[in-house]
Write a protein that binds this ligand. Structure first.
Ligand code: 6R9
Length: 629
């Protein structure tokens, strides 16, 4: 074991032996307005269920990300913004960012936003997204960022669920040379929900928008009059910092709630440890702030550490397939963090696009969002990283706030496809279906046995659902929804979701959500949705649709239904394959046998297992015969 790896193991042991002591020290990575005296106060047990970290401490997240860096690195660049067009860039120093955040915090206040109010952000990847997040944090408002690719309906649902009174958006977004009508989407969303008093509109493209008098205001006009002086609001460690909606296996998306203290400690610590961040590094995480990866490793983790972070408003294949590598060279990126789906998509285009660039500045590569297949891992390592750069394959979830399982950045013996070992303070276990803890090299359901500071605290507005979803399956433990294998060295290999969640290009999609969109179509009687293997996306969406009696679908119907889902939820939910099914395979009690549908979608039709419990086994034969793909 190399020296840094040995030191890491030592910290793991320390954290396991005395979490209280370990986290009391780690909490000091932040500046506290009032120091905490209690550290860990948690129980996953049903009769005493509570999760609190650093509970009597007070702090302000924006002060930790900005003010405390001013004396030492006020003139250092905090954010390099890279637009959709190469070279369209902006550099914002910590001093500038601080001033912009204070001003916007004052705008929010003067428009009546108070501590605890919810503010919805529906923005492109522009500096103003970070400004708005930090401005909320500064005054204690709770932000809810909704990915700009979601439909007006999805946006309305998220605004309504958390009772947002305020929306921040842009005229339009730009992605791969195309315009996204963000403001028009907000207008459509607000026709479907009430309660929003104000919409602030950032001018991104200058495209024409309709402004509703009395409700909509321009960002730049409001900023021009705002004072740059705004003292940070002292917040309790357990006060919510943000809500982020994510898909689960049942029902509508859940509002995952993260706190001010524990979340920021977790993202600050994991950012430094996993990416081995040092002064002078340039860190680029390609995620959108609409996802948790963007929250934790574009904004909060890097800024809490006084790092320089890249915000990328483009896509990997525009204007061509060398965009990422060309940008790494132009900006001098040293640490690069992206998703396997992007790696696979670029790998497919051939090495020549990579070879055009030098990538000499790179020293560490990261992967997140889904299992990385060994072939993509090797390409990332050999072609992108020239075999020089270690790869950290980081496993975590919206619910965990930050990275949980990842290799040490000093790895000497890489294992393509394994996220390897937990970070200090994380206690993964594998359990069987009955919840029995499995030892040694084995495979099972991944649970976390004890709390960590970055853990989500509740589902917005539904604490019971929080408990039921994550703590009732295996009492006393947090259930991740993932399966994993552990090898002889104790290293973890995440095998993917074991629930009804599909991981499409690293983004979670609940099968129930897509089904509910499909049955919302007047011609659809019933629908069942499962995941299928997909070369680039990791998993694709396979939908079985039963149309109303006497209605037979054709290719045009198929297109109509795909477009319908796209409009209802957003492009990421569009089914990749859509098969008309005169009937679905059901048990006699009427339960859809998803196991069979999954196998058919996977093309694994030779071994469908026992179908004798089906009400009508002949349905299966028909589905196999008409399978798409
Ligand atoms: C950060 C993020 C979480 C789900 C998670 C798992 C999958 C994420 C992974 C990975 C294998 C990795 N996942 N990272 N699977 N290896 N390194 O992606 O959050 O959008 O909530 O998704 O993604 O299945 O449960 P989120």
């Amino acid at each position: 074991m190399s020296a840094p790896a040995g030191a890491l193991q030592q910290r793991r042991n320390m954290a396991a032996a005395d979490p209280e002591h370990y986290w009391r020290e780690r909490g000091q990575v932040l500046d506290w307005i009032e120091p905490y005296t209690v550290v860990k106060d948690t129980s996953f047990d049903a009769d005493d269920f509570h999760i609190r970290w650093f509970a009597d401490g007070k702090l302000n997240v924006s002060a930790n990300c900005l003010d405390r860096h001013l004396a030492t690195r006020g003139d250092q660049v905090a954010i390099i913004w890279e637009g959709d067009e190469p070279g369209e860039t902006e550099r914002v120093t910590y001093r500038d960012l601080h001033a912009r955040v204070c001003k916007f915090a004052n705008v929010l206040k003067s428009e009546g936003v108070a501590k605890g109010d919810r503010v919805t952000l529906y923005l492109p990847m522009i500096v103003e997204a970070a400004v708005a997040m930090l401005a909320c944090a500064r005054i204690g408002a709770v932000h809810s960022v909704v990915f700009g690719g979601f439909s007006p309906d999805s946006l309305a649902g998220r605004i309504e669920d958390c009772g947002s009174t305020f929306v921040i958006t842009a005229d339009e977004g730009c992605r791969g040379g195309k315009r996204i009508p963000l403001k028009a989407n907000v207008d459509a969303a607000l026709e479907k929900c009430s309660g929003v008093a104000r919409v602030v509109v950032v001018r991104r493209t200058g495209g024409a928008v309709t402004m509703t008098p009395g409700r909509d205001i321009w960002y730049d006009a409001a900023m021009a009059e705002a004072s740059p002086d705004c003292p940070p609001e002292p917040m309790d460690a357990e006060d919510p910092l943000f809500i982020l909606y994510t898909s689960g296996s049942t029902g509508k998306p859940k509002g995952v709630v993260h706190t001010s203290g524990g979340y920021l400690v977790w993202t600050a610590v994991t950012f430094r440890e996993v990416f081995d961040y040092r002064d002078g590094d340039l860190f680029w995480c390609t995620a959108d702030v609409g996802w948790v990866t963007g929250h934790s490793y574009v904004v909060y983790g890097p800024l809490a550490n006084g790092a320089t972070t890249v915000m990328f408003d483009g896509v990997p294949n525009y204007p061509d397939h060398s965009r990422l590598w060309e940008t790494i060279d132009r900006l001098g990126v040293t640490i690069f963090y992206t998703a396997p789906t992007a790696i696979r998509a670029l790998m497919r285009e051939g090495d020549a696009w990579v070879a055009r660039s030098s990538r000499a500045s790179l020293r560490l590569l990261g992967s997140v969002g889904e299992p990385i297949n060994p072939e993509a891992w090797r390409w990332y390592h050999e072609v992108v990283g020239d075999k020089r750069c270690p790869i950290v394959d980081t496993w975590w979830q919206t619910e965990t706030g930050g990275i949980m399982i990842a290799p040490s950045p000093h790895i000497t013996q890489p294992k393509p496809g394994s996220a390897t070992k937990p970070l200090p303070g994380v206690q993964p276990e594998l359990v069987d279906a009955e919840g029995i803890v499995l030892d040694g090299a084995t495979e099972g359901n991944l649970v976390i046995a004890d709390s960590w500071p970055g853990q989500m605290r509740t589902v917005w507005g539904d604490h019971e659902r929080f408990f039921q979803t994550y703590f009732s399956t295996y009492p006393g433990k947090y259930f991740t929804g993932d399966g994993a294998r552990r090898d002889d060295d104790g290293d973890y290999w995440i095998t993917g979701r074991v629930d009804d969640v599909i991981n499409v290009s690293g983004h979670r999609m609940g099968t129930a959500e897509v089904e509910s969109a499909l049955v919302g179509h007047p011609r659809v009687a019933e629908a069942a949705v499962v995941g299928m293997p997909h070369d680039v996306k990791g998993q694709g969406i396979y939908a079985y649709v039963t149309l109303n009696a006497d209605d037979s679908g054709d290719d045009a119907t198929r297109e109509e239904l795909r477009a319908w889902v796209r409009r209802e939820i957003g492009p990421i939910a569009t089914p990749d394959a859509l098969q008309f099914a005169p009937a679905l395979p059901k048990t006699r009690s009427g339960k859809i046998m998803r196991r069979i549908l999954r196998k058919i979608a996977e093309g694994d039709t030779g071994n469908l297992g026992d179908i004798s419990t089906l009400a009508d086994p002949s349905v299966v034969e028909l589905l196999v015969r008409e399978r798409i793909g």
